[in-house]
Ligand binder design. Structure first.
Ligand code: SF4
Ligand code: SF4
Length: 367
């Protein structure tokens, strides 16, 4: 296993983190415990969970595994809702400590901040962050970070605030443009960085035949997707949900193979990937400033990407709903139907996409 210094926390964390969200439903608790212990024996020392994962079982499963492990040999990360009154968060932290069977939570995240207004609310007196910082003062929590799904531009403010020692964002070979700048800036500020969804929540392995990260080696798409995250100098930990010992072994073998690469080589890789996905939006955002109607073209094109990958109208509609309810389209009243077909965006699109047709498709099939 390779390890990395987790920003200001100074802790040496494994480059591969174990996610606690995707244990198989039919798994008995003892199977999950055995898997956690297996990963730990193989050198994984960063374990991620949250109160509601796995139908609210994840923290307790980890707690059982931790009771059999030397406390000096692992770190546990869990999370607290960003939208709760302080007293509720305090209760959640107390409950997490109990379930996890530890006296102190190593890394505690202000959880799943999806837009700037949520972030501001979480910072208000009497709300989530106040309670988390208090828990740190009291020794219940060792280090405080934030997990967010916002795009890089909005994350800037969070990094500038220097309130957090580390940050977790979704990041992979299909969406790297959304948050790459934020990860680079965080790393420059010596914040620890964790990426979730390095395999796009399972979509990359599921559709390995159609997603070629590097066209010359389509059979190695999963390995390449993981390497893409592990080789980026600005990333400390790639978090993966692992259901089988073979998955643990595979991921660790990829970590062993990974070497940090210089920014120029990384840029070359990104260009190759973008070229191989020539009919998909790469979330570069270059079109945005050119739309007179201020339509969030990038987000709509990401929704359409989903349709291209999955091919299911129903699942694309669900994706669109998520974008509106919790994601980057939350509170945005501009719709695809506001498009006047001026074509300014298409002239700027780095992927030369037929944006207007895609907007029409979304207008017809999603809300
Ligand atoms: S074609 Fe539509 S989406 Fe594109 S810039 Fe014009 S109004 Fe905006
Ligand atoms: S310029 Fe094209 S590829 Fe870039 S975000 Fe806009 S639609 Fe996507």
């Amino acid at each position: 296993m390779k390890y990395s210094t987790f920003g200001k926390t100074g802790k040496k964390v494994s480059r591969l983190g174990m996610g606690g969200m995707r244990f198989e439903r039919e798994f008995q608790e003892k199977d999950c415990v055995s898997l956690i212990r297996y990963a730990h024996d193989k050198g994984v020392n960063y374990f991620d969970t949250a109160p509601v994962y796995n139908e609210d079982r994840s923290e307790s499963i980890y707690g059982r595994a931790f009771s059999e492990m030397d406390r000096n040999t692992f770190y546990v990360a869990t999370k607290g809702d960003n939208a709760l009154p302080a007293e509720e968060i305090t209760k959640h932290i107390e409950r997490s400590l109990k379930r996890l069977n530890v006296e102190q939570i190593d890394f505690y995240f202000l959880w799943c901040v999806i837009n700037p207004s949520q972030y501001k609310k979480a910072l208000e007196p009497g709300r989530s962050l106040e309670a988390i910082l208090k828990a740190k003062e009291m020794g219940m929590v060792r280090h405080v970070g934030i997990s967010t799904h916002m795009y890089a531009d909005d994350i800037d403010e969070i990094i500038d605030s220097q309130l957090f020692e580390f940050m977790m964002v979704p990041y992979n070979a299909l969406n790297f443009n959304q948050r790459k700048d934020a990860l680079m800036k965080a790393s420059k500020y010596n914040m620890g960085t964790v990426v979730m969804n390095p395999l796009y929540g399972g979509i990359i392995p599921q559709f390995r035949e159609i997603i070629s990260i590097f066209p010359e080696r389509p059979d190695r798409v999963v390995e390449d997707a993981l390497l893409f995250c592990l080789e980026a100098p600005e990333i400390n930990i790639a978090l993966a949900g692992m259901n089988k010992k073979e998955m643990v072994d595979f991921n660790i073998a990829v970590v062993e193979k990974s070497e940090k690469i210089p920014p120029e080589a990384q840029k070359k890789k990104e260009a190759l990937i973008s070229a191989s996905k020539s009919d998909m939006c790469t979330s570069c955002g270059y079109c945005l400033a050119h739309c007179p109607e201020k339509i969030n073209i990038r987000s709509y094109m990401e929704i359409y990407n989903h349709y291209q990958l999955i091919g299911s109208v129903r699942e694309t509609r669900e994706r669109s709903d998520w974008y509106h309810q919790f994601g980057p389209l939350y509170g945005d009243d501009k719709r695809p139907s506001d498009c006047t077909e001026c074509l300014a965006c298409e002239q700027e699109c780095t992927q030369f996409l037929n944006i207007t047709d895609r907007l029409k498709w979304i207008d017809a099939h999603c809300r």
